[in-house]
Design a protein around this ligand. Sequence first.
Ligand SMILES: NCc1[nH]cc(CCC(=O)O)c1CC(=O)O
Length: 306
Amino acid sequence: MTAPLRIATRKSALALWQAEHVASLLRQAHPGLVVELVPLSTRGDEILDRSLATIGGKGLFLKELEVAMLEDRADIAVHSLKDVPAELEPGFALSAVLPRADAADAFIANDYANLAELPNGARVGTSSLRRQAQLRALRPDLQLLDLRGNVNTRLAKLDDGHYDAIILACAGVERLGLGQRIRTRLASPGWLPAPGQGAIAVESRANDWRVSELLSALEDEETRIAVNAERAMNETLGGSCAVAIGAWCVVAEHGLTLHGMVGNAATGELLHAQADSAGDTPVALGQEVAAMLLELGAEDFLKPQR
Ligand SMILES: NCc1[nH]cc(CCC(=O)O)c1CC(=O)O
């Protein structure tokens, strides 16, 4: 009998859904394999009173899960790819990237159907600098307010009247069965998501061949290609949650198209660039679009914005 496969996961409803999803795909792909969840608290979940951007959000949600893998209390960890820093800790690998869900952001409100309907000076909740910059660009009059916590907490704060509208990722809202709350999709290329948004990644110990082999059944090549381009752009720009960066890669038969954006959350200035792969690798395409953005003056927006 083979050993059970243990999945380290955060305890939020979305994290648990994603871990269960991976567990069920693994059971389907490998009949007889026993798969268990190991729910853990991470620093990122405990620090809810300060903005992630100010406490150095990088990898905050990963550390405890990685320690569990190092101490052999778990074999894999399931993450939202957009929360995974450009560079993993040594000894770990992203052994599978699953087929991407809707990568768009969602406009969510109880009384307004879309951004244009919001009255002058309306209160919109989002702590993401990327979302703030794009909101300011479209609607300089809006009052942008911090909003942290997991998806259910954020929706509850909207319903309690703290905000007129909030912005969330469609993927997270839909996974929790709350898709009916989405009033408008904020769709690319006019509005760009975070690099990797909507994709689930599975991390494991880089030298654990048994586990890598089991995970290979979950891999989606097209999603991996797209997120490699988006993440290469982000990495080249030194992106983190302290700057406003959006990326969206379209994979078509003739090649890839990568859309990139760097913005200023305070002023709503946005720089956009896009390029086709024309045979380049996804990483080279990401670097090319990053270089185009730097050429347009992105440097000024890449100092931490708070
Ligand atoms: N930053 C938290 C986070 N990480 C991943 C998702 C949504 C799921 C996804 O993008 O795959 C969310 C919530 C949100 O941004 O609304």
